[in-house]
Design a protein around this ligand. Structure first.
Ligand code: HEC
Length: 451
C-alpha cells in the first residue's frame, strides 16, 4: 500500500516536472534561461573570475547567445570532467539535456527577453571570491617578480596574518592575480605556540626558484621558533589548482585554530611558463568559523604519496599507456572529497574501492582529462569505507601528437623527474588525493551540501 502511494506520488512529481519543462521550452525566453545561466555560468563568467566573457545581464548574455548555444551543445561548458553517470558530487556543474535544449530553442528564437518582471535578479556575487565576503584578507608583504623567460617558476611566500585575537578559521581561499599562470599552490598554516615567537613580520618575505636548504631559508625568512626549532606546519591549509574552489564543509568539520602569531606559508607555488614579466600579488581570503571538532585528513596515492605507481611512470613517446596504484585502508573512514591530479598528458582517470567482501564502491571517473579543470570533488554524503578495503586508481596518459596539450613536438620520454622541480608542467604526475574523517556512527547521514 505504502509503496504504491509512493509510486503514485512519484509519478505525480515526475509529471509536474515534465510539464514545467515543456512549458519552459514552449516559452523559451530569458525568464526561463536566466536561472540556468546565473547558476551554472555566471559564477565564473563575471568580473575577476576565470571566464573571459561576463554573463551578468540580459544584454551581455544575448550578445553572446550563439557562442552560448555552441558551447552548451558541445558540452564544452560548463566544465565538469567527472562522469555524472558514475558518481555524483555537490555543486555538480552539468546541464541536463532539457536545459541544453531550452538554451538552443531560446537562441534559435532570437534570444527574446520575455516578461521583464518575471526575470530572476542576478544572484549576489562577491568580486574576488567564490565564497562571499571574507572576514579578512591577507596579502603578500611585497609583490613577487616573476620572469617571463618561458620557464616554470617555483617559489615560497610568507604571509603574516596579524590577527587581533585568537580565533578559528573555516577556510582560506587563495586568489591568484595571474590565473592563467597559477598552476599549483599548496600552503601551510603556522600558529606559533604561546611564547615561542615574538615577531612574525621581519625577515625576507619570499624566495624564488633557487632554494633547497630549508633550515637556512626558514632562518632568512624568520620562520623558525625564537629558540631555533621548527614550528609545527599545518599542511594543506591553502590549496589551489586551475578551476579549484575551496570546499565549504558543515560546521565543525575541518577548520583551523589561529592566534595572534599565525602566518600562512605558501610553501609550494608553481607558476607555469610565460613570455612576459609579471608581478605576483595574489592574496588569501580568510573566513572565520566555529571551533573545529573533527580535523580532516588528507592522503594521496601515487606521486609523493603512500602507494607505488605500477609500472613506473615513464611515458614513452607516441604511446598511450595506463598506470595503476592501490592502497589498503587501515581504518574505517568517511570519505569526503577526491581530487585526481595529472598534468598535460592525462587522458582519463578512474578510481574505485574494492571491499573485502568483493563489492566495488565507485569513486570517480573522468573520461576526458582536462588539465584546466581540477576540482576537489565532494560527495553529497560521506562514503563509508571499511578497514581492509583497497582503493584503486588508474590513469591513462596520451603521449602522442594527437594530444592537443602535448608540450613536446615530436613527443619525447616524460617522467616524474625529481624533487620540487619534478613538478614542471612538462613533467607528469599521477596522484589520487582524498580527504576523509575517521569514521563515526551516523557519518553516512551527514549532508555535506548543508552549510
Ligand atoms: C568553472 C568556471 C566556468 C564555468 C562554470 C563556465 N565557464 Fe565558460 N569559460 C571558462 C573559462 C576559464 C573559459 C576560457 C577558457 C576556455 O575557453 O576553455 C571559458 C570559455 C567560455 C566561452 C568561450 C569564450 C570565447 O571567447 O570564445 C563561452 C562561450 C563560455 N565559456 C560559456 C559558458 C557558459 C554558457 C557556461 C554555463 C553553461 C559556462 N561558460 C560556465 C570558465 C567557466
Amino acid at each position: 500500500m505504502r509503496s504504491s502511494l509512493l509510486f503514485i506520488s512519484t509519478l505525480f512529481f515526475l509529471s509536474c516536472q515534465e510539464s514545467k519543462q515543456k512549458e519552459a521550452l514552449k516559452e523559451a525566453t530569458f525568464v526561463e534561461v536566466a536561472p540556468i545561466i546565473y547558476k551554472n555560468c555566471t559564477p565564473c563568467h563575471r568580473a575577476g573570475e576565470s571566464g573571459p566573457i561576463e554573463f551578468t545581464s540580459y544584454e551581455a548574455i544575448k550578445k553572446n547567445a550563439n557562442k552560448i548555444k555552441f558551447v552548451t551543445q558541445t558540452r564544452y561548458m560548463p566544465p565538469w570532467p567527472a562522469d555524472a553517470s558514475y558518481t555524483h558530487f555537490i555543486n555538480e556543474r552539468a546541464l541536463t539535456k532539457e536545459e541544453i535544449d531550452l538554451i538552443k530553442t531560446w537562441v534559435d528564437k532570437g534570444a527574446p527577453k520575455g516578461d521583464e518582471s518575471k526575470i530572476i535578479s542576478l544572484p549576489q556575487f562577491y568580486t574576488g571570491s567564490f565564497l562571499g565576503k571574507p572576514d579578512t584578507v591577507i596579502r603578500y608583504l611585497k609583490p613577487v617578480p616573476i620572469k617571463g623567460n618561458g620557464a616554470d617558476h617555483f617559489y615560497i611566500v610568507k604571509l603574516p596574518m596579524q590577527l587581533a585575537k585568537d580565533t578559528f578559521v573555516r577556510y582560506f581561499e587563495f586568489v591568484p592575480n595571474h590565473r592563467k599562470l597559477a598552476h599549483h599552490i599548496n600552503g601551510h598554516l603556522i600558529s606559533y605556540e604561546t611564547g615561542k615567537k615574538k615577531d612574525i613580520v621581519t625577515g625576507i618575505t619570499h624566495a624564488l626558484d633557487d632554494f633547497s636548504d630549508y633550515k637556512e631559508l626558514f632562518t632568512q625568512m624568520n620562520i623558525l621558533n625564537d629558540d631555533g626549532t621548527f614550528p609545527v606546519l599545518n599542511p594543506n591549509t591553502v590549496y589551489f589548482l586551475p578551476g579549484y574552489s575551496p570546499v565549504n564543509y558543515p560546521d565543525g568539520i575541518g577548520g583551523y585554530k589561529t592566534n595572534k602569531t599565525s602566518l600562512v606559508l605558501l610553501k609550494n607555488i608553481h607558476y607555469g611558463p610565460s613570455n612576459i614579466d609579471v608581478l605576483d600579488s595574489s592574496y588569501i581570503n580568510v573566513f572565520y568559523g566555529p571551533k573545529p571538532k573533527r580535523p580532516i585528513i588528507e592522503t594521496q596515492l601515487g606521486t609523493f604519496g603512500i602507494s607505488k605507481i605500477e609500472p613506473e611512470l615513464i611515458l614513452l613517446p607516441n604511446k598511450i599507456q595506463t598506470f595503476h596504484t592501490q592502497a589498503a585502508l587501515p581504518i574505517d573512514i568517511s570519505l569526503l572529497s577526491v581530487n585526481p591530479h595529472l598534468h598535460l598528458l592525462g587522458k582519463s582517470f578512474l578510481a574505485f574501492a574494492i571491499q573485502q567482501n568483493g563489492d566495488t564502491i565507485p569513486l570517480i571517473k573522468i573520461n576526458k582529462w582536462d588539465f584546466r579543470w581540477q576540482y576537489y570533488y565532494t560527495y553529497e554524503h560521506p562514503i563509508i569505507i571499511k578497514a581492509g578495503t583497497v582503493i584503486h586508481a588508474y590513469a591513462t596518459f596520451d603521449n602522442t601528437d594527437k594530444n592537443p596539450f602535448n608540450p613536446n613536438h615530436p613527443p619525447k620520454v616524460v617522467t616524474q623527474g625529481e624533487g620540487v622541480r619534478s613538478m614542471q608542467t612538462t613533467e607528469e604526475m599521477f596522484q589520487f588525493i582524498f580527504s576523509y574523517l575517521p569514521y563515526q556512527p551516523r557519518d553516512e547521514k551527514m549532508d555535506l551540501n548543508k552549510k
